[in-house]
Design a protein around this ligand. Structure first.
Ligand code: KG4
Ligand code: ZN
Length: 340
C-alpha cells in the first residue's frame, strides 16, 4: 500500500496544501497573500485571517488535482513552527482536525527542517552526511545533517536573516515587498564591482553570519552619494553589488564548513536559494568536486510539498510511527534568536 501524505503549510503568508504518494508530489497548491505589499511587510493579523478565508479551497483543490479520495490519506502533516503563531494555528488545527476525524496519524513538522530536505523532494533515499544552508526571510542557518533524524547547527545569523536584508535594502531602493526577487532581477544587468559593500566576519565564529552591516552600508552609500534625489539611482549596479556581498558571505562560510568537515555534498534551500547569483556562485564549486543541490524553484519558497516530504521521510525512518520530530533543543535555542 502506498503512503498517501496530505500536508499543509501556513507559517507565514502562503497557504499551501499538497498530496504526496510515497514521497512523490502529486499536487502542490500555493496561494500567496500579495496584499502585504501595500504595507511594506507582513501584517500578522491580516495573514491569519487570509489563511482562514482560503484554506478550505486550497485543500479541496490539492485533493481534487491529485485525483485521490479523502479516505485514501494515510498520513497528515502540518507546519508546527517556527512562524507567525496566528498563521500556524490555522493550518495546524485544520490538519489536526482532519486527522482526528478520520483516525489517521498526524505529524507536526518543523518548517526549517523541511526547507533543508526540500532539495531532495521525490527521492526515496538521501545520501548522508551533507552540509545544508537554509536561507530564507526569517532564517540563515548552516547545518551538518547526519541522518533523517539528526543534525547539528554549525552557524546562525547574529542579526538579520539574508532574505530580510534583501527585503530591507529593496525598500531603501524604493522597490516592492518582497524585494529579494526584484533585486535578483535588477542584478542580472548590473555591475557587481560597482561598489564594494562589506562582507561581515564574526570573530571566533567562522560559520556565523551578520547582514546588518551590509544593510547599513547600503544606507550610508545612498545618503552620501544621493542625499537629496534618488530618482536616478543606478539600481542595477547597486543591486548587483549588494547581492555579491550577501551571496559571497553565504557561499564562503558554507564552503568553509564543508572543507572543515571534509564533506563534499551541499544542499542550499529556503526562499533566497532561488537567487540566481547564489545559485551560480555555488555551482562553480561543482568543478571543484562538490555536489551542490538546490530545490526546484517552486519548492524554494514556502510550500506544503516540503512539509509532506519531510513527514514521509520521518514516518519511514520511524518505521511507520508518527513520532514528533522536532524535539531538537539546539534548533529551539536557535529559533529563540529570531523575530518570530
Ligand atoms: O522561505 P521563504 O518563502 O519564507 C520564509 O520562511 O521566510 O523566503 C522568503 C524570502 C524573502 O525574504 C524573499 O525576499 C526571499 O526569500 N527571496 C529571494 C528570492 N526569492 C525569494 N531573495 C533573493 N533572491 C531571490 N530570487
Ligand atoms: Zn520558509
Amino acid at each position: 500500500m502506498p503512503i498517501i501524505t496530505f500536508a499543509i503549510e501556513s507559517s507565514c503568508d502562503e497557504t499551501s496544501a499538497a498530496i504526496l504518494r510515497d514521497g512523490k508530489v502529486i499536487s502542490n497548491i500555493i496561494s500567496s497573500q500579495y496584499f502585504h505589499k501595500e504595507y511594506g511587510g507582513i501584517v500578522p493579523e491580516l495573514a491569519s485571517r487570509a489563511h482562514i478565508q482560503v484554506i478550505d479551497e486550497i485543500v479541496n483543490r490539492a485533493i481534487s488535482e491529485a485525483g485521490i479520495k479523502k479516505d485514501e490519506v494515510s498520513l497528515i502533516a502540518a507546519s508546527q513552527g517556527p512562524g507567525l503563531i496566528g498563521s500556524l494555528l490555522v493550518g495546524y488545527n485544520y490538519a489536526k482536525g482532519f486527522a482526528l476525524s478520520r483516525g489517521v496519524p498526524f505529524m507536526g513538522i518543523d518548517h526549517i527542517e523541511s526547507h533543508l530536505f526540500s532539495c531532495f523532494i521525490g527521492k526515496e533515499e538521501i545520501d548522508f552526511p551533507f552540509i545544508a544552508l537554509v536561507v530564507s526571510g526569517g532564517h540563515t542557518i548552516l547545518f551538518l545533517v547526519e541522518s533523517y533524524l539528526s543534525y547539528k547547527i554549525l552557524g546562525n545569523t547574529h542579526d538579520d536573516a539574508a532574505g530580510e536584508a534583501f527585503d530591507k535594502v529593496a525598500k531603501m531602493l524604493g522597490l516592492d515587498y518582497p524585494g529579494g526577487p526584484l533585486i535578483d532581477k535588477l542584478a542580472i544587468t548590473g555591475n557587481p564591482k560597482f561598489h564594494k559593500f562589506p562582507k561581515s566576519n564574526i570573530k571566533g565564529s567562522p560559520y556565523d553570519f551578520s547582514f546588518s552591516g551590509i544593510k547599513t552600508s547600503v544606507l550610508y552609500f545612498l545618503k552620501n552619494n544621493y542625499p537629496t534625489d534618488n530618482t536616478n539611482l543606478p539600481l542595477s549596479d547597486i543591486a548587483a553589488s549588494f547581492q555579491a556581498a550577501v551571496t559571497g558571505s553565504l557561499i564562503d562560510k558554507t564552503i568553509r564548513a564543508a572543507k572543515d568537515h571534509n564533506i563534499k555534498t551541499i544542499a542550499v534551500s529556503g526562499g533566497v536559494s532561488a537567487n540566481s547569483g547564489l545559485r551560480n556562485g555555488f555551482l562553480e564549486y561543482e568543478n571543484k568536486g562538490y555536489s551542490i543541490y538546490f530545490p526546484e524553484k517552486i519548492y524554494s519558497t514556502d510550500n506544503a510539498a516540503m512539509i509532506g516530504y519531510n513527514a514521509y521521510l520521518k514516518f519511514k525512518a520511524n518505521r511507520g510511527k508518527a513520532a514528533l520530530s522536532n524535539e531538537n533543543l539546539l534548533l529551539k535555542k536557535a529559533y529563540a534568536r529570531f523575530r518570530y
